[in-house]
Structure formats: C-alpha cells, structure tokens
Design a protein around this ligand. Structure first.
Ligand code: ADP
Ligand code: MG
Length: 148
C-alpha cells in the first residue's frame, strides 16, 4: 500500500503514526535508492515525520535535524534497506553541492533510503522517481500533508 493522497494530521503524534504507516506500506525501489522529499515551511512537521519514519525503520537514537551538517547517515538492519540518509538542504544553493557528498552513488544504491528536507534547493539533482511529501501549516496543532 502506497499512501498517495491528502491527509489532515491533527497532532505531532498523528504525524508520527502516519510516518509509521507510510514506512510499513513503502515499496522499495529495485534499481535506485528510495527517495522521500519533504517540502514545507519551517515548523511544518518535516523533521517530526523523519524521526518517526527512522524509528519505524529501527533507529532508536534521536534523529536531530541535520541543518548544520547537511547530511546524517544511519545504518539500518531491515529487509530492504541497509542505510538511511537524512539530508537538510536548507543551506545549499544548488544540487551540485550534494555531488561533493557522493550524491550520484547515494541515489544509485537500492539499499539506501533517503529523506530530504528543503528539496527545492537541490531540485536539479533529485531523482525523477521519488515520493513528494508536502506539509502545510493549518493551525497550531494541525498540518495538511499531500503525498504524491
Ligand atoms: N500535526 C502536527 N504534525 C507535526 N508537527 C506538529 C503538528 N502540530 C504541531 N506540531 C509542532 O510543529 C513543529 C514541527 O517541527 P519540525 O518537525 O521540526 O518541522 P520542520 O522540520 O518542518 O521545520 C513541532 O514543534 C511540533 O510539535
Ligand atoms: Mg526540519
């Protein structure tokens, strides 16, 4: 089950539960990394989602936002994935800055799952086949999430 559609998430806990379901239903790409792009303004819930998704993939350590390091890498022990990449492109100006991190190898490996916050700043190097998750602020407790 993939989760295309628009959802209303009424608390951080609902966003986390949605992330668990999303991972449970995710079909891994066979020839490339599985890439999940998280669009949305500051505070819209992107990191909340990634933390819960990482937990669903067995990562117990807290996933802090990688804003100051661009990229964080976690080893996984799941059926489909052996490594998780959490990228925050907020401070990047163009995709070529990711190439220096070995981006072409990262996105070519089917055993990789990649979460990218602020993907619009590196739009020129995103794989065409990817999951786009767009978070919108509704009110203090509520976010809208569109998944394509
Ligand atoms: N429904 C919701 N889903 C996710 N976060 C929410 C929700 N309602 C309120 N919040 C709050 O909004 C903030 C989201 O922060 P974060 O996930 O770091 O956003 P981003 O990574 O998009 O900047 C957190 O303080 C969280 O508690
Ligand atoms: Mg964030």
């Amino acid at each position: 089950m993939q989760k295309e559609g628009t959802y209303t998430l009424r608390s951080p806990e609902e966003t986390a539960a949605f992330a668990h379901d999303f991972i449970a239903g995710l079909e891994a790409e066979q020839k490339n990394a599985t890439t999940i792009c998280l669009y949305g303004d500051l505070g819209s819930g992107k990191t909340t989602f990634v933390k819960a998704a990482a937990k669903a993939l067995g990562i117990q350590e807290i996933v802090t936002s990688p804003t100051f390091v661009i990229e964080k890498i976690y080893d996984l022990d799941t059926k489909n994935f052996e490594r998780l990449f959490h990228i925050d492109a907020y401070r990047l100006k163009e995709g070529s800055e990711l190439l220096a991190l070995g981006w072409n190898e990262i996105i070519a490996n089917p055993q990789h799952i990649i979460f990218i916050e602020w993907p619009k700043y590196v739009a020129d190097v995103l794989p065409t086949k990817r999951h786009n998750l767009t978070f919108t602020f509704v009110d203090e407790h509520t976010r809208r999430l569109n998944v394509t």
